[in-house]
Design a protein around this ligand. Sequence first.
Ligand code: CS2
Length: 483
Amino acid sequence: MRLTTLEQVPAALRPGYDPAAHGVGIVHLGLGAFHKAHQAALTDLAMSAEGGDWRILGVSLRSPKASEDLAPQNGLYTLIEKGAEGTNARVIGAIADAICSAGNPEPTLQAMAAEGTRIVSLTVTEKAYGLNRATVGCDPEHPAVAADLANPQAPQGVLGLLTEALRRRHTAGIAPFTVLCCDNLPENGTLLRGAVVDFACRIDPALSDWIAETVAFPSTMVDRITPAATAATLAEAQALTGTEDHAAIETERFVQWVIEDNFPQGRPAWEAAGVIFTEDVPAFEAMKLRMLNGAHSMLAYAGFHAGLPLVRDVMSHAPLANLVRRHLAAAAATLPPIPGIDLDAYAAALAARFENPGIAHETFQIAMDGSEKMPQRIFAAVDDARTRSVDIRPFAFATAAWARHVSMATHDCAPYELRDPRADALRQMAEGKEADDIVSALRGAPFVPASLCSDMDFWTIVEGILAEMLFDPMTDVIAREAS
Ligand code: CS2
């Protein structure tokens, strides 16, 4: 029988509070596995500990699949946590309902504009925002931004939804919600604030001023390795709960959330769930983006082309696992010290998380959207490596592995799809080309920082490694690099 009420599941798996007794305080945009494993799970623990009207209305922005799986279950789903030590599971009650905004944004806008909504949080992936990172504004050529600028009262994109909902609150004299960006972007609150203020200014400068003066956009660092759910996930949930659960997810046991404490309309007692509140979120973000995500991107490109489908397979392949450790150490050496954090211990913990035998995380999944990920994960580290006299070769190796991926070379692997919002442009730069041509095209791409573009020593190393990767088997190139 389909999971619809908590009475169906064993008492030990139920939340420590009665969800129905709590109102909605958060609208979350981007109802993917990561939200269900991270913010929703921690909000669930916060409500167990301290209560509050902080349940979540989950919104899928594009595909209705996530909301169609969750809504018939009254927002309930099984969270399966897996580590080398074994498996834990519980049913999460934090999501009150789920809707899809594609084609019909009105219910989402009404929920965002409702007085009870005090936080709008987001996990929509880097590419969905339509940010211009260089100007800290919006990108008017991004398809969703362009469509919403032309039709601001029926928005489909993130900036359009936030701006229209804030406009309605402003007009109705309701205090604004806090905007909580939970995507893997550096200084994500600052970037999103700049994009919303710029977007609003193009429609209504007075509204833009009000947003700039009154809306809080705390930055956050989010971390939990969460692969896409599979049929095996749903079967395991059925065995654990005795119900049919179409929305179950699996994740690792580790979870981390670091947030700037700037919530003028209040927030759940997330500290009761282990969330760290600090003034210095950017330091934590840089650590996580360069170490975890940087190593992830490197191992995803190198691993996928070496025939290693999962992150844990990479960690069982001694030469590539050594390069992962080399990358973690080099990335750590580019960072300033963070009080209370031992970066060597953090690197060792990351390697152990990548080895997790319970998590089947696909290298191909991590390889997606490289043009949105490389800047903060790899490119940003090179400048700091220069000033700190850290070897830049690990970052050049990661860049070459990404360049090989966008070159579509198949001399040692089956054809694959390039999933990236700039796939067409990247293929034009790289497909079927020689290493020197690929490097000169990629070096000048708009998402490569100017300082890196002119760092010719770096690109010479990239070109040397890429030339090998375009002709030799990836496994040989990795073995030579690791020796
Ligand atoms: C991964 C992240 O897919 C990717 O790009 O690097 O989703 C990673 O698993 C999370 O950021 C972990 O917190």
